[in-house]
Design a protein around this ligand. Structure first.
Ligand SMILES: O=C(O)c1ccc(O)c(O)c1
Ligand SMILES: [Mg+2]
Length: 633
């Protein structure tokens, strides 16, 4: 089975597109006509250049407004087709895509269109070429693959076949199982594209919001299963029109595309093992069992400041690494590492970003298997020289330069704390913080899909709906990824401008990846009191907020008074309640959060975000410096 991608899916000039497509591992590419026309080389040279890169041209597209025209437009359309046949022969491919006509003068009529295609089939046959017909979801007369198939069937020509496109079928809510009735050898080509579930004009959504399989909400697995059930054996090809991708990094987008296709094929194989698919033999999506550790890179005075903040949060420095300048701070089941090494990965991360989270450890059943899945999906393994006595813990490069380690009990990796750390004391219970509730990544909005694809293809996570977080200076989009049992929760926060709290963090930390960490407690009021005793300085919340809370929710006066006195934010949903207490910002705008969930509350306090952000910005402005250090009492 060959993988392919349309050049229109990738940003950059023609040469950059080709390079990115080849580097990502695709077998071939679809030449999108515009990309070819904009490029300054003749078709023969273009074909040779592509083949020299080890790629094949899987199709040339699109040819528009062909079928069902009255003369003289009809004759002109055949004439245009002959010109394009010359071109594709020089490029060195044998397949051309015709999309259903949007021409205002197209007459319609299944048999008229079929007759046009039969006649074109004869011309194609003389040259050994083939033509595929695709129904655009907004085609003037043909906008459903079932009608396109009827035309192809009646055209009854071996050189004329059908082209399917997941977007056109699924965006129109056509049952993909109707594809199972089409003979596989008459399907000449298939386009794969996902899209978000937003109510929007079909053409506009297609041209601007398509995304990689798995990044959107369409039933890509159902569609692919139906296609494969027909016996289709042509390329599986991505055709993604997306505004963010057009402005992105060619290599990243091509790599994401390849990752999305492999994950899709793997999903389809697991859903319907009887289908003839060449699948990479990869472990299933990994069940994450939580965050085993979060590691900061820091140094000197910065590390002292971070230590003081952790201590005010009730953490104690429980152990030191045997050979590295690495301290383990712990409380309940939470492990925070502070790495002060002057060489190696953490040191470079500190040089680049300042104090930041450089590494996270995810607890899994089998670390080796987890790393294997990641590697097969295109992730790069992370390795740096270690003491031969130390555990070799599998790790990969995450997004934005971060490292992700896999920790398991199965191969003894979770013994690392006993084996490699000294002066061990029990974790603190000082403020009653029990575990990491969630960790918040911040990235620019353009990169959000890439991040969610990374996590959701590696781990078994569900995506919650995207929410808007209103910052006084712009909008931040936030999306949560959660393991089914809630043991791993990650939020992705996409900043659109540098003026937002999130955008400023990115600018000032040179794109560090973790902006906040939320710890869980079973009793937020008790924790707040104990934190005060530890010297914790909470983020002061505007008094107006509490007056509004009283109006919005049924909260008794005593509870409201405690919330106000302790600067605790409150939210509730149909299932339960949510309490939040924030630290002051540190290190370029990072912050900690303490949360309590009761009764299965599912969110992250989204409605409170504007008030929290306003408070953070107020504090940063008051101090007159962008990067406020926490105030210790
Ligand atoms: O948006 C379009 O015009 C267009 C063109 C060719 C395709 O294959 C397609 O799916 C859409
Ligand atoms: Mg298409």
């Amino acid at each position: 089975m060959k993988t392919s991608i349309a050049t229109v899916s990738i940003s950059g000039n023609f040469a950059e597109k080709l390079e990115a497509i080849a580097a990502a591992g695709f077998h071939g590419l679809e030449i999108f006509e515009q990309d070819f026309i904009a490029h300054d080389a003749n078709p023969r040279e273009v074909g040779e250049m592509i083949r020299a890169m080890g790629l094949e041209i899987t199709i040339f597209q699109p040819f528009r407004d062909f079928e069902g025209l009255p003369d003289p437009l009809r004759a002109k359309a055949f004439d245009r087709a002959e010109h394009k046949f010359d071109l594709i022969q020089e490029l060195g491919t044998d397949l051309m895509l015709i999309c259903s006509s949007c021409h205002p003068e197209a007459i319609g009529g299944i048999d008229r269109a079929a007759a046009d295609f039969h006649e074109l089939g004869e011309l194609a046959k003389k040259r050994g070429l083939r033509v595929g017909y695709e129904a655009l979801a907004w085609g003037r007369h043909v906008n459903d693959h079932r009608d396109a198939w009827e035309i192809v069937r009646r055209a009854d020509h071996e050189n004329i076949g059908l082209i399917l496109d997941s977007y056109h079928t699924l965006a129109r809510k056509i049952d993909p199982d109707t594809i199972r009735r089409i003979p596989g050898d008459k399907i000449f080509f298939v386009h794969f594209a996902d899209a978000p579930a937003i109510d929007m004009d079909l053409l506009y959504r297609s041209r601007h919001f398509r995304n990689m399989p798995g990044e959107g909400d369409l039933d890509m697995i159902g569609f692919t299963r139906a296609v494969m059930a027909t016996g289709y054996s042509g390329p599986i090809s991505l055709e993604i029109f997306n505004d963010q991708f057009r402005g992105g990094q060619p290599k990243t987008i091509a790599k994401d595309g390849y990752r999305s296709l492999l994950a899709l094929i793997d999903d389809v194989h697991r859903a319907e093992p009887a289908l003839a698919l060449t699948v990479p033999d990869m472990p299933a999506r990994i069940q994450a069992k939580g965050l085993s550790f979060i590691e900061f890179a820091s140094k000197g005075q910065d590390a002292e400041t971070l230590g003081a903040l952790l201590s005010s949060l009730g953490f104690t420095a429980c152990a030191d690494h045997l050979t590295l300048d690495l301290t383990l701070w712990a409380q309940g089941d939470i492990r925070i590492l502070v790495n002060r090494e002057t060489k190696g990965y953490a040191s470079s991360a500190f040089t680049l970003h300042g104090t930041n989270v450089c590494d996270i450890g995810i607890a899994v059943e089998d670390a080796k298997e987890a790393a294997e899945r990641a590697q097969l999906l295109g992730a790069d393994l992370f390795e740096q020289p270690i003491d031969p006595e130390h555990l070799k813990i599998p790790a990969i490069h995450g997004q934005s330069g971060g490292i992700l380690h896999y920790i398991d009990d199965k191969t003894g990796l979770s013994n690392v704390w006993d084996l490699e750390f000294t002066n061990r004391a029990d974790p603190s219970q000082a403020a009653g913080l029990t575990r990491v509730d969630h960790m918040g990544h911040t990235m620019s909005y353009e990169d959000m899909l890439s991040w969610s694809l990374f996590y959701t293809t590696l781990f078994d996570l569900k995506k919650s709906a995207m929410v808007d977080v209103v910052d006084p200076d712009g909008l931040v989009r936030s999306q949560a990824l959660e393991s089914l049992d809630g043991s791993l929760r990650i939020t992705l926060n996409g900043a659109e401008t540098h003026k937002t709290m999130a955008g400023r963090f990115l600018a000032e930390s040179s794109n560090a990846s973790v902006q906040h960490i939320a710890f869980a407690t079973d009793d937020i009021f008790a924790s707040a009191q104990r934190l005060e005793a530890c010297g914790f300085a909470p983020l002061p919340i505007a008094r107006n907020y509490y007056a509004d809370l009283a109006a919005r929710f049924d909260i008794d006066a005593a509870t409201l008074a405690r919330l106000r006195a302790q600067n605790i934010l409150y939210d509730e949903d149909a299932r339960g309640k949510f309490f939040q207490l924030y630290s002051r910002p540190f290190a370029d705008g990072m912050f900690f959060e303490i949360v309590q969930r009761t009764g299965g509350y599912e969110g992250y306090g989204g409605p409170n975000a504007p008030f929290r952000i306003a408070a953070q910005k107020r504090l940063m402005r008051q101090k007159g410096i962008p990067n406020v250090r926490p105030q210790m009492s």
